[in-house]
Design a protein around this ligand. Structure first.
Ligand SMILES: [Zn+2]
Length: 207
């Protein structure tokens, strides 16, 4: 199956975006179909209400879906849950896109702002403030020097590159999956057309 996150990436995503204590449920649901919430509660030693609250926070992101069945003996509904791999993959893609935007604006700020520091490290001031005090340290009077933020900029640039690579790979997978779905649908349509043609032919014959 395409569009599946590794366990490590998925767990990080769930604890970052949803909540940390929802990770265990996701791991129990993954790779299985229609897991009852009673079973989840038993396995995680939580009450049904606690389990439901976790499942609802996951379902707010479309990460889990449910089907309900009536318990014939007890007369109430039991919910069975499924984990949505594709939604998780797309959520990760969205998170990465947001991260990229944040890093880009952070980079702009870092490249624009200059700081001046005292060689004895008593003060760190913006270039504006440094100009006001003639580049002399307000504490000891020593001439302040421009702080190099190049290491910070390099670090942000590296992070940007890494996320851009991830985004490219993700886009490729989403595209592949989309093409697969299109192919499947056109195959179905062809089948229907063929069937219809045959039915029309038979009708004509009967006349
Ligand atoms: Zn100083």
């Amino acid at each position: 199956m395409v569009m599946k996150l590794s366990e490590e990436v998925l767990n990080e995503l769930i604890s970052q975006v949803v909540r940390k204590d929802a990770v265990a449920i996701v791991n129990l649901l993954r790779g299985k179909k229609n897991v009852s919430e009673v079973k989840l509660a038993e396995k995680l030693k939580l009450t049904i209400n606690q389990i439901r609250s976790l499942l609802y926070s996951l379902s707010n992101y479309g990460l889990v879906t449910n089907i309900r069945k009536k318990d014939k003996k007890k007369g109430w509904y039991v919910y069975f849950w499924n984990f949505e791999e594709e939604t998780a993959f797309k959520l990760k893609h969205e998170v990465n896109q947001k991260k990229l935007d944040e890093l880009k604006s952070q980079l702009k700020i870092e490249e624009k702002i200059n700081y001046y520091i005292c060689p004895d490290e008593c003060e760190r001031v913006s270039s504006e403030d440094a100009l006001e005090c003639n580049f002399k340290c307000p504490d000891c009077g020593k001439l302040m020097v421009q702080e190099s933020n190049i290491p910070g900029i390099i670090k942000i640039r590296e992070e940007i590159k890494k996320i851009q690579n991830e985004l490219t790979e993700e886009k490729l997978e989403i595209q592949k999956d989309f093409e697969k779905k299109i192919a499947k649908t056109s195959k179905k349509i062809k089948k229907i057309v063929k069937k219809t043609k045959k039915a029309v032919k038979n009708k004509k014959k009967r006349r």
